[in-house]
Design a protein around this ligand. Structure first.
Ligand code: NHR
Ligand code: GAR
Length: 237
């Protein structure tokens, strides 16, 4: 069966590549960063589908504009979290993804969902985990007087925002920073480290070990620190 994405956007689909499903709830700027990396041929994956728990998520429009298959699994339509998780799992599984990417996905996932996708689900979180797990991370970083803030990619486990870390990018907090300005600078870094981590996974360089992420065969005691030059995604000619 030929999907919409295969017909209208050949660079975004290729049967031989790792298929990912991207879960979103909002603007989808991280999704956009993934799409752009694929278009630059810097990310060898196929987006099977973009699934949102919010029918109104602006990221859905963006996905459709790129010719991607989209779905909505609205958590409000389900009796409880377990029922939502099961429906979401079925829809994700329908695309047989090798990797599930939470890109601004705002619903906590239950143990059975997480167990099913163990070792093949990544999340981008807007803080230097383990600092500031949960929500409102930028305001909390400011309130705590942090001088460094940033973003983290981690494997998703039952431990909310506590799964093994993969890569982080640091962002200096400026004097008189606002949560909005800080968030915008952190978001720029998210757009670099999320495609990078996906690329490592697609290239078979990244996997989840017993208690830590393993990159190039080495167990990460600390997340890889992204500095913005050497390891940036290279475009292929
Ligand atoms: N699920 C598990 N099991 N483990 C993680 O590490 C997860 C997860 C689901 C989402 C993203 C996470 C983040 O990056 C994420 C990581 C939402 C909430 C939250 O409190 C917390 C963390 C994250 C995402 N959500 C509310 C809830 O009751 C609802 C908020 C809303 O709908 O607007 O689910 O920060
Ligand atoms: C990003 O900052 C992401 O890290 C954060 O939401 C934003 C989504 O932006 N995620 C969470 O807070 C998860 N709880 P986007 O929709 O433009 O990618």
């Amino acid at each position: 069966m030929s999907t919409l994405s295969e017909r209208s956007s050949p660079t975004l689909s290729d049967g031989a590549k790792l298929t990912i499903v991207v879960l979103i709830s909002g603007n989808g700027s991280n999704l956009q960063a993934i799409i752009e990396a694929i278009r630059r041929q810097a990310l060898p994956v196929t987006i099977g589908a973009v699934i949102s728990n919010q029918a109104q998520a602006p990221g859905l429009r963006l996905a459709r504009a790129s010719g991607l298959t989209t779905e909505v699994v609205d958590h409000c339509q389900y009796a409880d979290r377990a029922a939502f998780d099961q429906a979401l799992r079925e829809r994700v599984d329908a695309y047989r993804p090798g990797l599930v990417v939470l890109a601004g996905f705002m619903r906590i996932l239950g143990d059975s969902f997480v167990g099913h996708f163990r070792g093949r689900m990544l999340n981008i979180h807007p803080s230097l985990l383990p600092r500031h797990a949960g929500r409102n991370t930028h305001a909390r970083a400011l309130r705590a007087g942090d001088t460094m803030h940033g973003a983290s990619v981690h494997f998703v486990t039952e431990d909310l925002d506590g799964g093994p870390l993969v890569v982080q990018a640091r962002v200096a907090v400026l004097r008189d920073d606002s949560a909005e300005r800080l968030a915008a600078r952190v978001l720029e870094q998210e757009h670099r480290i999320l495609p990078l981590a996906i690329r490592w996974f697609a290239d078979g360089r990244l996997r989840l070990g017993e208690s830590a992420a393993i990159l190039d065969g080495v167990q990460l005691q600390q997340p890889y620190l992204f500095s913005g030059d050497g390891e940036a995604l290279e475009s292929c000619p």
